[in-house]
Design a protein around this ligand. Structure first.
Ligand code: PRP
Ligand code: ADE
Length: 170
């Protein structure tokens, strides 16, 4: 199976000049989703994971599937003002703007082995901000994985201390 067959490129969305990678053709196909999930798990090389953290909103989709498949809990990192209990916040820049993400202060315990997941790595601002939050909580980031990585934006450079795995690289 070729995962790239299930990714659609939309020019000039959400802003002129952005070539948007749309994963909805993947989401609509259960066999392709199963394949992508198995590849993400394969990329973990059997490493022990205590919790999966997914970044709002597209990181929730495979994040929860990964947690279920690994038999561990899922933790959402959310946009500001969405999490109801006490949070840590981190501001960051992304390919088409800037934003803040938050995590519950009690979501992770010191030394827990964390898999961080998002659908796409672009400039790396979002994932780097998420790593800062996880480090603050004392989580050990085992791997950061993505369905898609936009190599030409160099996002990996913002994750110099992390193992990064992406299924598709453009
Ligand atoms: O590497 P970066 O340049 O930081 O960009 C990557 C982020 O951008 C997208 O999220 P977006 O903020 O568009 O939100 P969404 O998941 O709710 O669509 C994507 O899902 C990543 O989280
Ligand atoms: N080019 C892109 N396509 C889809 N999601 C993105 N998030 C940041 N850049 C993106």
């Amino acid at each position: 199976m070729q995962l790239t067959d299930y990714i659609r490129t939309i020019p000039d969305f959400p802003k002129e000049g952005i070539s948007y990678k749309d994963i909805t053709p993947l989401l609509i196909n259960p066999k392709a989703c199963e394949f992508a999930l198995s590849k993400l798990i394969e990329g973990l090389d059997g490493k022990q994971i205590d919790k999966v953290v997914g970044i709002e909103s597209r990181g929730f989709l495979f994040g929860m599937l990964l947690a279920k498949a690994l038999g561990v809990g899922f933790i959402p990192i959310r946009k500001p003002g969405k999490l109801p209990s006490k949070t840590f916040s981190q501001a960051y820049d992304l390919e088409y703007g800037s934003d803040t993400i938050e995590i519950h202060k009690d979501a992770i315990h010191q030394g827990e082995q964390i898999l961080l997941h998002d659908d796409l790595l672009a400039t790396g601002g979002t994932a780097a901000a998420a790593c800062q939050l996880l480090n603050k909580l004392g989580g050990e980031i085992v791997q950061v994985n993505f369905i898609i990585e936009l190599d030409f934006l160099g996002g990996r450079k913002l994750l110099p201390n992390n193992k990064v795995n992406s299924l598709i690289r453009y």
